[in-house]
Design a binder for this molecule. Structure first.
Ligand code: SF4
Length: 298
């Protein structure tokens, strides 16, 4: 199953958002209850291309935005998707702010029946760092409250905290990990995923402010290895294996479809890790080239 844009408006203005403002400018009616149900039914019947991203991946569904929890019929739609996709893992991608309302978080947890996970982006260890990246004052406090409410709710789905690494967030990585360990010490109750940012939408438009090489973010992760080891479930997305420390390689996942990735032949052609490796994100390759890669010979 593909990425499904649940709702096109958002209450954050993240500097590295992969959408352009024109997406939020589309009429909300395009994403209304009736329209979303119609699209899902067409997709399930195999009636032509309905969703654009990850359309060939039948094994999971990602509900994206905008901010999905702002959908005016969020719970009705959530209930419909859960019922029509029995047994299919659903991941809701959110900024977490709506979950600052305890009643909203509780209702969500009661409805998000397994297999279900919720992935929430945290941009830093403080309001100063997080709010500057999210573009909204007060968003850090709401996101942190939302995380706490989800962790406290009975029957909560798997919680994943996402750390998107770019120039504005990577310098604070160590402090962000320390913040999590101090404020969310039950590390078995959630997962953490560090993601090298994708160059698309606003992150492309803001690229001068965000530009960070994979080797730089991988080095920052390597420096934090002792902290990373303290989390029960820590994952890395979008990293070529040759750029991360050996000890971190087993944490790397391939989550992008083949059409969004490349294995430059001069570097990857003879690499023994190629089959287990993501290679390079295509947009990253276009922007930075492949000079950082080093084939692993044995
Ligand atoms: S050389 Fe290519 S295939 Fe090998 S680890 Fe690096 S990116 Fe992956």
């Amino acid at each position: 199953m593909p990425d499904i844009p649940f709702w096109n408006k958002c209450n954050n203005k993240c500097v590295m958002c992969t959408n352009l403002p024109s997406f939020a400018g589309q009429p909300g009616a395009h994403y209304g209850l009736k329209g979303q149900i119609g699209k899902l039914e067409r997709y399930l019947k195999g009636l032509g291309p309905v969703y654009l991203k990850n359309a060939g991946r039948a094994e999971f569904v990602s509900l994206t935005g905008g901010e999905p929890t702002l959908h005016p019929d969020f719970f009705q739609l959530l209930s419909y998707f859960r019922a029509r996709l029995p047994g299919v893992p659903i991941t809701l991608l959110s900024n977490g702010r709506r979950f600052a309302d305890g009643k909203f978080a509780g209702k969500f947890c009661a409805m998000a029946r397994p297999p279900f996970s919720v992935a929430i982006a945290l941009h830093g260890p403080s309001a100063r760092v997080h709010d500057a990246i999210a573009g909204v004052k007060g968003s850090f406090a709401q996101t942190v409250r939302g995380l706490k409410n989800l962790l406290a709710a009975p029957g909560a789905p798997r919680l994943e905290i996402r750390l998107v690494l770019h120039k504005k967030s990577a310098a604070a990585l160590r402090k962000t990990l320390e913040f999590l360990l101090e404020n969310f010490p039950e590390t078995a109750a959630y997962g953490v995923t560090a993601i090298h940012y994708e160059i698309e939408g606003m992150s492309l438009a803001n690229h001068r402010r965000l530009a960070l090489k994979l080797s730089e973010s991988a080095a920052g992760l390597g420096d934090c290895l002792p902290l990373i080891r303290r989390f029960a479930d820590f994952r890395l997305y979008h990293f070529p294996l040759c750029l991360v420390r050996k000890e971190l390689r087993e944490l790397c996942w391939i989550t992008l479809p083949p059409e969004d990735r490349i294995y430059p032949d001069k570097k990857c052609g003879r690499c023994v890790l190629k089959k287990k490796c993501l290679g390079l994100m295509l947009e990253y390759y276009r922007m930075f080239g492949d000079s950082e890669l080093k084939a692993i010979k044995k």
